[in-house]
Design a protein around this ligand. Structure first.
Ligand code: PMP
Length: 355
């Protein structure tokens, strides 16, 4: 840190992204990317648009907002497009969290939430998940917090039914409830259907997981037009060109080519259930994931040792060090071949086979 860095960030512990080592070729199951490339139309759209990258992108993000609005059955005014969903989450925290409305989210959830809170000096509370990592809805019933719920949650993979989201919305009519649906396409129930009924609902989504565009950085928020105006006020005060031209047109093409992604989603769900069964047969406890990752633990060895042993064998998974989950690993669901390689490696490790 330089001697010039402002003391206002003394408490800021930055988010630590999943490792991207380059020392060898790994089977990468650590950052919940899709194992499948984007569809041909997406690559073509990005390439064509690159010819015009001497010109700024559309600050209104018209093409992608129209595409999203049509896809989700809402109006364009109910949609904001952002540089990954991290950006819309950051705007939402800035817009709706303060001393009067501190943030509330589970103790085990997406690691960026406390970072955005610290960055923006927004107070926050955490509600411990139950022993089995389920959310206790009673913790979120009307205590003046701006609520942030990842549904399905990460890294647990568990989903809340829409009826529970609705209970939370009804109990907090004067506070915004942010539902982070980064993983919803893999088996969750989307709250987008509720945006016209609850003016306190903001749903966030991403093209990083089910739409194979993690590296293009495209996210979005859906809610009522007034919430969008609040978020846009911050967007126009930060970076009006937050979504670049190539990404914007690639995103619109991904929506047009939905069938391709729908098939990939089905494959990932199949591979998830297949790998879950195999890991359970090896004695693992595996949560009932509705996402593109598994959350798993074995009593045979500690979580970090397993993570390191897999890394030695060229397989990267995500290990977290916080106390409640340090014996667990989060494993992105990849191709069937990658899942077989994972299961074989785990079996060898448990048998004590040398690398
Ligand atoms: N929410 C959750 C729960 C996530 O796991 C992630 C991905 N790490 C994000 C949001 C943000 O993803 P992106 O910025 O790529 O849209």
């Amino acid at each position: 840190m330089s001697r010039f860095f402002s003391g206002k960030y003394d408490n800021l512990a930055p988010y630590v992204p999943g490792e991207q080592p380059r020392d060898r070729k790994y089977i990468k199951l650590n950052t919940n990317e899709s194992p499948f490339p984007p569809s041909p139309g997406v690559v073509a759209a990005a390439g064509n648009e690159a010819y015009q990258s001497n010109l700024y992108s559309d600050p209104e993000c018209t093409s992608i907002r129209e595409a999203l609005a049509a896809f989700y059955g809402v109006k364009k005014e109910q949609v904001i497009a952002t540089n990954g969903s991290d950006e819309v989450l950051n705007f939402a925290f800035m817009a709706f969290g303060d001393e009067k409305s501190p943030l509330l989210f589970p103790d085990i959830t997406y690691g960026f939430y406390p970072v955005f809170a610290e960055l923006n000096h927004i107070p926050y509370d955490v509600a411990p998940l139950r022993e089995d990592f389920t959310v206790d809805v009673a913790d979120y019933l009307g205590n003046d917090h701006t609520i942030v719920i990842a549904n399905p949650n990460a890294p647990t993979g568990l989903a809340l039914p829409l009826s529970d989201i609705e209970t939370i919305l009804r109990a907090n009519p004067d506070r915004v409830v942010v539902v982070d649906e980064a993983y919803v396409d893999f088996g969750g129930e989307s709250a987008v259907a509720l945006v016209d009924r609850y003016d306190n609902l903001l749903v966030t989504g991403t093209f990083s997981k089910s739409r194979s565009m993690a590296g293009a950085r495209l996210g979005f928020g859906i809610g009522n037009a007034e919430l969008m105006a609040d978020l846009n006020r911050l967007r126009y005060s930060t970076n009006p060109y937050n979504v670049n031209r190539m990404t914007m047109e690639a995103g619109a093409a991904a929506i047009r080519e939905h069938d391709y992604y729908a098939k990939n989603i089905q494959t990932i769900i199949q591979n998830r259930e297949y790998a879950k069964e195999k890991l359970e047969a090896l004695g693992f406890r595996v949560t009932d994931s509705k996402t593109n990752f598994l959350f798993a633990k074995t009593d045979a060895m500690d979580g970090e040792a397993l993570y390191l042993a897999l890394k030695d064998r060229g397989i990267l998974v995500r290990h977290f060090t916080s106390t409640r989950i340090r014996d667990w690993n989060r494993i992105t669901v990849g191709t069937a071949g990658q899942m077989d390689a994972l299961v074989d490696a785990v079996r060898d490790i448990l048998k004590g086979e040398p690398v």
